[in-house]
Every structure is written in structure tokens, then in C-alpha cells.
Design a protein around this ligand. Sequence first.
Ligand SMILES: Cc1cc2nc3c(=O)[nH]c(=O)nc-3n(C[C@H](O)[C@H](O)[C@H](O)COP(=O)(O)O)c2cc1C
Length: 429
Amino acid sequence: MQFLLQPVWALKNNLLFSHQSTGGLPNRWPPGVRDSHVFPGAAASLEGCLAREKSMGVLYRWFGRPWLRVQDSENAHKRSLKILKFTASNPLGRFMLRAIYKPKRDLPVKVFGTTYNHPFGLAAGMDKNADALRGWQALGLAFVEIGGVTMLQQDGNPRPRMFRADKSQALVNRMGFNNEGSEAISEKLGRFKHRNGGLNVPLWVNLGKSKLTPIAEAHVDYATSLQRLWTYADVFVVNVSSPNTPQLRTLQNDDHLVRILNACHEANVACAEQEGTSVKPVLVKIAPDLDEHQLSTVVHTAKANGASGIVVSNTTVARPDPHHPKETAIFAQQGGMSGQPVKERSTELIRQVRSIAGPDWPIVGVGGVASAGDAWEKINAGATLIQAYSGFVFEGPALTKDVVHGLHRRLASRQLHSVADAVGKGFQD
Ligand SMILES: Cc1cc2nc3c(=O)[nH]c(=O)nc-3n(C[C@H](O)[C@H](O)[C@H](O)COP(=O)(O)O)c2cc1C
């Protein structure tokens, strides 16, 4: 989350250099921005800022990251989320975020009954309580996953519980599903819809199990949250793979998963009938630490019990060697590791899931995506959509634009017309 402080640097940079701008914007700008009478000075100055797209990343590396490094990871995360929320709370802030960070190209992807602007979205855990929805939308993400949300409000594990290893581009967390609970979050989404008319990109909700709920009652926990949040969500993700809630990963086993998916399906059907619409896609999110047999079982079970797709993957409990001996202590922290150390494993798992489930069952690839090349690898392994969390922490908010523009270039150079033409095709970078 620390990356979100970058907008401040970017805005400052933008204002500082505004006098260098030459005025009228080029034709590649959409008319609403090109002809802006609302913020003509800002729009003009953004031209210069965009021309320095790369230097914005450098600014983040030079100023944003060092400043963030001296802070506790979780505090930096909270401050950054507040800054994003604040910046996106007014039209000028949203305009600036969109103009600087939103990809200038679309790469439409048809999946889960809708068309996504491009394949890149926000992974679960970043905005657990749906606090900065307008900010994510302004940054140009194609979809936003909130949560994990549990049936009961909970504080999570004692702090410190989030650790950053900058040299290894890795995070370790043992948050333990700290969140406001599905009732409060549902009310918040209701207020958001009332005030702002909802999001204009799909909203995904990641569902977890409350710590107090016994494993045998897990299905009730998931289904209750699904029912409470149904009206506002476009897609649900059943998270049975977080390493930070005792026994949660055992829910990937056959019987438990069947019970959870059945309970969610019943709630899904009841809500759809009540609102006179169709059911919403429910996906299953798996751990990268499953062996071949476990993977095959979870894929077959999820597919046979109505899951519309799979999210691969959550954080890992495995620990490779750190890039620097100074980071050994961070790697030794208990919890789930994300970022670069999980990248290859998650991509390999995507490949395996595709060979088990076949090409028609959508896979969402997540784990260590920090560039267009990483996203391209996962798409070519079989992922239709891509998500990131850690990549934003290390690369900043320009990541979405970098990924989408980079994917666009890769498709164009192979004369492919859409992301779908590359899914599972094994093209090398
Ligand atoms: C601090 C933190 C909290 C997370 N919380 C959740 C969560 O609540 N539910 C979930 O399914 N995944 C959660 N994740 C996992 C991410 O969504 C993602 O699957 C994982 O970090 C791998 O992607 P990345 O390498 O891009 O970070 C969390 C990750 C981090 C770093």
C-alpha cells in the first residue's frame, strides 16, 4: 500500500513542472480531457508529466520508497490508503489520478459474463474494508477485489504482522483477516452506491472465515457474508487458502469445499431469485503450496460444484533464500510470503490447473506480478485475468499502466487481436 504515497509526489511534480507545458493536448487524449475547460491548466501540465512517465517511477524509487522504508509496513499501508481515499474524494484529485495513471489503451477481455476493460485488477488484502474504491477506479484498474471479509468483525493477529523485504521484493504477512465484518462492509457499500452510483468497474469480494467460527460451521460463515454482500458484488472469491487463520487451508479438502460451495450456491440462488436476476460467479482461491494430488482434487471439486473459475494463488508458507542476508530475519517471520518469491510457483500452478481443468475454465493469475512481462507469462501459462498486491508496493501506482501498455505492445508485435488469443498459448517474452 505504501505505493499510494506516490500520487503526492506525482501531483507535486506535476505542479512544479506545469509552467513548462506548451498548452493544447495531442489527439491521443480522449475528448473530455483534451477539451477540458474545468482544469485546463492541470490538463496541460499533465502532458509534460506523462511525457516523463518513466521519471515518475524514478521519483517513487528516489523519494517515495526511502521515506516509506523508515516506517512500519502496516502504518505506511494505512497512511497510503487514506491518501488515496482523500485524493479521490474530489473531482480534481480523481482527474489527476486518471490522467497520470490510468492506461490509455483498452484490452477488452470477456469473462464471467461481462467485458473487462483490460485483464489487470487489484488483488485481495490491499483494501480489506472497501475504503478507497473511487481511488482504485481512478488508477485505472479493470476490477477491484475487496476483503477478505468475514461474517464477524475481527481485529486480526497482534502487530507487527506485515513485513517488507525490499531487496527480495517480497512481503510476509500474518494479518489474520482483520476486517470490519460483512454486515458493516455491506452497509458501507450501500452508502457508496447511494452517493456515487457504485463503481464503474466490476467489484469482487473476497470471502474468508471468521476465526471464532468452528471449521465444521465454515460454510455458514462464507454463505452469510455472500448473502449480505450479494447486491453490491459482481464476483465472489471463496478464499480457502490464507495461511493466517488456523486450519483455514484444510477447507481446500474435498468435503469442506463441497459444503462451502453448496452453501454459497444456495445463498446465491436465493438472492438472485429475490432480485429477479442471475446468479453471480463464485471463484475459489487456492494456495501455492498444494501438491499435485491436492491440486487435482481441489480443481475437480471446485469445477464439479459450480465454481465459475479459480484464483491462483494466495501467499506461500515456503521460504526460498532471501536476496540479501540482512533479510533473513524477515524471511523467518511466520505468515504468508508474496511478491517475487511466489511468482514462478504461481505461474507453474496456473499451467497445471489449465492442464487439469481444460482451456474453458477461467483462471485468474496472481503472485509476483510486477511488470508487463510477469503478466504476459501468466497469461501464456493460462490466466485470463491478472491481479497484483506486492507489485504495487514495490513499483508504485504506475504499475497498471505499465502492465496494460506492455501487454498491448506484446500482442501487437505478434499481430494478436486480443488477450484471449494469448491465453495458454505459451508465447515467450
Ligand atoms: C498484507 C496482505 C494481505 C492479504 N490479504 C488477503 C486476503 O484477505 N484474502 C486473500 O485471498 N488474499 C490476501 N492476500 C494475498 C494476495 O491477494 C495475493 O494472492 C498474494 O499476495 C500474491 O500476490 P502478490 O505477489 O501480487 O502480492 C494478502 C496479501 C498481503 C500481502
